[in-house]
Design a binder for this molecule. Structure first.
Ligand code: ADP
Ligand code: MG
Length: 294
């Protein structure tokens, strides 16, 4: 393509809130066959609200939220924000956390009021040998069946309760995915969230393939596997720190403008307004600029 075509292409893109870092990215875009989408923050708003609190015998809702919010206050994950806001709304007293740790994007831990608090999904707590996990299995099942993202809270090595949050789908996700299908793309959803919450979202927006319970490193592998199967025509859209390596691996990496800085730095394209429809626009733009017949 001529430099002029590139300039025109990226100029129109900027007008529509699509920032394209390299000419190569606009060019690659026209040949993309597979679109990988992260769930939380990409298809959904990523602003979940606290919906349910389940506690062990002898533990009050106020106590559980006191421990959980203190730790999550140090995390930037959307789940963390929902828990902290929910605790504030319920007038839960706050506390300081010390030795805060983020455990490989599957949960968080820290010391609160002299107790060790660990929060995360069941697999993480199981690996950390947390006790009394089975007590919460049926409640966990019920909540996940409702499409909730439920995390377990353990205090000093024993499960003390569940905090559940629910996210909502972005208004434009459905039409964006429809637009991707019209372009002939295979649309894959990848998420670290549980299978059922993932399926609930996927069914609503018309996703072709779902990969749930995926760790950050697993997202890179998933993109690589798709590249082995479909060739170097795989794009990915994500917003989180955990998406950054996969955005780099993808043939076109696309970040949500409101997402984490690392994700934006790793990406070739940024959707400034965070609208997934921008991907469809960018693809049309690329095909128009480089004369690929639609
Ligand atoms: P997604 O891939 O959909 O953006 P993530 O990979 O960011 O989701 O999160 C995956 C899972 O890890 C969450 O559903 C949750 O169970 C757990 N998790 C991650 N961060 C936290 C946190 N700060 N507090 C509790 N749980 C967390
Ligand atoms: Mg995300």
């Amino acid at each position: 393509a001529t430099p002029t075509a590139l300039m025109v292409g990226s100029g129109i893109g900027a007008e529509r809130g699509i920032l394209i870092r390299s000419g190569e990215a606009i060019q690659t875009f026209k040949d993309i066959q597979v679109m990988v989408l992260d769930k939380t923050g990409t298809i959904t708003r990523g602003q979940p609200k606290l919906t349910e609190v389940v506690t062990a015998k002898g533990v009050t809702e106020q106590e559980l939220l006191h421990w959980a919010a203190a730790v999550e206050n140090a995390s930037e994950h959307p789940i963390a924000r929902a828990i902290v806001e929910g605790a504030v709304e319920r007038n839960v007293s706050s506390a300081e956390v010390t030795d805060f740790r983020s455990t490989g994007a599957r949960g968080v831990s820290g010391w609160v009021d002299g107790a060790f608090v660990l929060i995360g999904n069941r697999r993480l707590l199981d690996e950390e040998n947390v006790g009394a996990l089975k007590d919460f299995d049926s409640e966990l099942d019920k909540l996940e069946g409702l499409g909730r993202t439920a995390v377990l809270v353990a205090v000093d090595g024993s499960a003390c309760g569940i905090v559940a949050v629910a996210d909502t789908i972005k208004q434009e996700s459905l039409s964006a995915i429809r637009g991707m299908h019209e372009l002939g793309l295979h649309v894959v959803m990848i998420t670290g969230d549980n299978e059922r919450a993932a399926r609930a979202v996927a069914n609503e927006v018309g996703i072709d393939e779902v990969q749930a319970g995926v760790l950050p490193a697993g997202k890179v592998d998933a993109v690589r596997k798709l590249q082995e199967k479909y060739g170097n025509y795989v794009a990915m859209v994500g917003d989180g720190i955990n998406d950054a390596p996969a955005l780099k691996q993808a043939n076109v990496g696309i970040a949500i403008g409101a997402g984490a800085d690392v994700a934006i730095e790793a990406a070739d394209v940024t959707l400034v307004r965070g609208e997934l429809t921008g991907v469809v626009d960018a693809m049309h733009l690329s095909r128009a600029t480089f004369g690929k017949i639609l």
